[in-house]
Design a protein. Structure first.
Length: 157
């Protein structure tokens, strides 16, 4: 079980290989990799900068990871989230879950990325040819998190 917050890009293949190497109990791995888009909200992006509170961000990600481990029979989890300035096409986040069975891995991966979008303490600043702007929280992300809240009878992370 691993949570990392880092400025440097990550190698998806190397990270998954390291997570699963020698782990013959794992039957399925689910991953989500978020990338910086060239267009967001109808605007062209030239860069995106993520800011966070060191220490606080990691603790919140660890809380969400612990909740996933309590809900599903997972053999391994990995959350890597970047901060700093990134360019279109660069990786932002990697969420990976591994389990003996695909359903647990897939559901836990979806849960983690949904919760990460609303609970992790990151602030996003996007820049384009016409200047820069701070990105507000999205109702769609809050709705995705509420879906998990309702599915558990009101339990929250």
């Amino acid at each position: 079980m691993t949570v990392r917050v880092q400025a440097l890009p990550f190698d998806l293949g190397a990270e998954i290989s390291a997570m699963t190497h020698g782990r013959t109990e794992i039957g399925g791995v689910a991953t989500f990799t978020g990338l910086v888009r060239e267009f967001a909200g109808g605007r062209r992006l030239t860069s995106m900068t993520l800011e966070h509170y060191p220490g606080m961000t990691e603790r919140e990600l660890e809380r969400v990871e612990a909740e996933a481990l309590a809900r599903w029979p997972l053999d391994a989890t990995l959350i890597i989230h970047r901060y700093g300035r990134m360019l279109p096409g660069e990786p932002i986040v990697l969420v990976a879950t591994a389990s003996a069975h695909r359903h647990a891995a897939l559901e836990a991966c979806a849960f983690l990325i949904d919760w990460l979008k609303t609970r992790a303490t990151f602030w996003k600043f996007e820049e384009g040819p016409d200047g820069g702007w701070w990105v507000e929280a999205k109702e769609a992300d809050d709705a995705a998190t509420r879906r998990w809240h309702l599915a558990t009878g009101g339990l929250l992370v």
